[in-house]
Design a protein around this ligand. Sequence first.
Ligand code: CDP
Length: 231
Amino acid sequence: MKMITITIDGFSSCGKSTMAKSLARELGYIYIDSGAMYRAVTLFCLEQGLVVNGEINRSKLRKSLKDIKITFERNPQNNQVETYLNGVCVEQKIRSMAVSNLVSPVATIDFVREELVRQQQAMGTKKGIVMDGRDIGTTVFPDAELKIYVTASAEIRAQRRYSELTSKGQDADYEAILKNVQERDYIDMHREVSPLRQAEDALHLDNSELSIEQQNDWLLEQFNRVVELTS
Ligand code: CDP
């Protein structure tokens, strides 16, 4: 079967990873969560003392970049792909509020983006990949055959993130999450390098009112249409 590249971009917490994961599973494609890579770099900064008074020490981070190895491995117990930082599973840690609060500033740093984009492009050379993030359809894979741009209201997204955290037994504060979602939206859309925007050839999906099943059906329909068109 013909392999294509699928990009899913959009605001934080609008279900991109749920969509991307289930589509990749359905198609037997590789799934890459590019946000997890920015989160892993952020965790590295926090753990290595590269953050002082909320400011990232850029020159130290630049020097340390070569010491940051990010990989993804499937956990055979739950069949989920998990993020590893220098050989240690950090899947839980990178979802913490401490990381969420710092990740968007880290993601504005040009040399961090250059390095992660290079790694992301290397992962997609054989196609058969679904990658989600902010700049995947615009910068990482501008020639992708299927590009999706997802939106949903900030309140709905904060509610989803709140439910996700509480269902895992973690503490969560709805107002703090909403504030974080809104702040990250702002930073992501206004940064200089690769700001979040809809690629001209991306399909727009507002999933505020869609169930996961409806969303998956819509995605599969788009996939089948594109594959038919391009074969
Ligand atoms: O899970 P959520 O949608 O909230 O965010 P994420 O996908 O884990 O990404 C975390 C942060 O990394 C985003 O808010 C962006 O600031 C940044 N990011 C980015 O700049 N470019 C990407 N391709 C992916 C994430």
